[in-house]
Write a protein that binds this ligand. Structure first.
Ligand SMILES: Cc1cc2nc3c(=O)[nH]c(=O)nc-3n(C[C@H](O)[C@H](O)[C@H](O)COP(=O)(O)O)c2cc1C
Length: 404
């Protein structure tokens, strides 16, 4: 092991090194075993590498997968290459303030923790680890219907109001019961996910599960047994309702006083319908490339959605956000906050709560550097004139390193 490390160091320093990508591949393959403390991890992809070394392949497959050939998943990253930053100079950036307030949710950072189900599959800390990390850094968190941990326990660990993500279960009374329970647990908003009415084909998940023959019934429960479904009527029970239409917003408002946020809008006309039907907010999302295949990247959908909403309700964006610069671009194009999914769960899988905290630190540091470097000391300062739309995606290879 030592010899290999020394060799890699030699390679890195050597003028003989002709292929950076060959070196990078070597490094990536050994990262998981070499990085043993969260403080050694320098970006979210390194955290992914550590998680890969620790999380069983079938579970990692569930975390990483997109749908079909993962085109939308890749698009979410590539979309960011379309926008370039236009910095301003000689602005006093001696202190930066990254705090946001979205529908009453106050946070020290615009990076929101997206609802991501079954976190018990990645680390025993599960959602409690994520919630404690969110509390330590004052990040806002949205809890999934499919979480491995009961909402009351997560709310206590976060110690500030969560938002609850809802999959509308059938019969309707089951959804109503979940809404009442979330409200009683102190949630101030519910994010209704609308982008998965028809099932999906998660091939990367299936590929990575091949050869992993552990018995998963001992490490995580099947969907019907998630804590959110405790006490529900199982006659005619379904986790999602494919018959759902826009009327669901009014139906939810009859049951709850929580704000209703629609998660999974991708086009301007749907954003306008969400406003028309009374939504209080939108999460522009394609489920991290896990819903409709060959869709656009979320960042490329953002201008159209922002134009349709026209300032009437806040728009949060998620999908492919891996750098402070990504967040900066989304905020410049009008997002009120940015959601991260996989990156914080890579941290969870790698080191539990401490790994989530490290991911948040890394992203916050990158965003603070970008804000200072661009002459925007507060989030409100990051306006549309701070990004330039090239009009097409630029191949990553021509821009520089992305994945190690
Ligand atoms: C493993 C996994 C589980 C997810 N579970 C849910 C969920 O239960 N409910 C939901 O609305 N979105 C879910 N999502 C989507 C995320 O909330 C979010 O939209 C997406 O992860 C953002 O993209 P990113 O992972 O590229 O940051 C899940 C995503 C992943 C990767």
């Amino acid at each position: 092991m030592f010899q290999r490390r020394e060799f890699l160091k030699y390679l890195a320093a050597s003028p003989l090194l002709t292929s950076y990508s060959a070196f990078a591949q070597e490094v990536e393959e050994t990262l998981g075993e070499r990085l043993t403390d969260p403080s050694e991890v320098i970006n979210v992809w390194e955290m992914e590498a550590v998680a890969r070394a620790k999380v069983p392949p079938a579970h990692m497959g569930y975390l990483l997968t997109g749908v079909d050939s993962d085109d939308t998943l890749r698009a979410n990253r590539e979309g960011y290459t379309r926008f370039q930053i236009r910095p301003r100079r000689l602005v006093d950036v001696s202190s930066t303030d990254m705090s946001v307030n979205v529908l009453g949710a106050e946070a020290d950072s615009p990076f929101f923790l997206c609802p991501l189900g079954s976190q018990g599959a990645f680390h025993p800390d599960a959602e409690l680890g994520s919630a404690r990390a969110a509390a330590a850094k004052n990040h806002h968190m949205i809890l999934s219907t499919m979480s491995s941990t009961a909402i009351e326990a997560v709310a206590e660990a976060r110690d500030k109001p969560l938002w609850f993500q809802l999959y509308v279960a059938t019969p309707w009374e089951n959804s109503a019961t979940m809404l009442r329970r979330a409200e009683a647990a102190g949630c101030t908003a519910v994010a209704l996910t609308i982008d998965l009415p028809a099932g999906r084909n998660t091939e990367t998940d299936q590929l990575m599960a091949r050869g992993d023959d552990r018995d998963c019934t001992v490490c995580h429960s099947p969907p019907r047994l998630k804590p959110a479904f405790d006490g529900l009527n199982m006659r005619g029970f379904g986790v999602m309702n494919p018959a759902m239409t826009w009327d669901v917003i009014g139906q939810m408002k009859e049951v709850t006083n929580m704000k209703v946020i629609i998660k999974g809008v991708e086009v301007g006309s749907d954003a306008a319908l969400a406003v028309q039907y009374g939504a209080d907010g939108i999460i522009l999302s394609n489920h991290g490339g896990r819903a409709t295949e060959t869709g656009r990247s979320t960042i490329e959908c953002l201008p159209e959605v922002i134009a349709a909403v026209n300032g009437r309700i806040p728009v949060i964006i998620d999908g492919g956000i891996r750098r402070g610069t990504d967040a900066f671009k989304a905020l410049a194009l009008g997002a009120a906050a940015v959601g991260i999914g996989r990156p914080y769960v890579w941290g969870l899988g790698a080191f539990g709560q401490a790994g989530v905290e490290r991911v948040l630190d890394l992203l916050n540091r990158e965003l603070a550097i970008t804000m200072r470097g661009s002459g925007t000391p507060t989030i409100a300062d990051i306006g549309g004139s701070y990004v330039h739309d090239v009009g097409h995606r630029v191949p990553r290879g021509k821009l520089g390193r992305d994945l190690l």
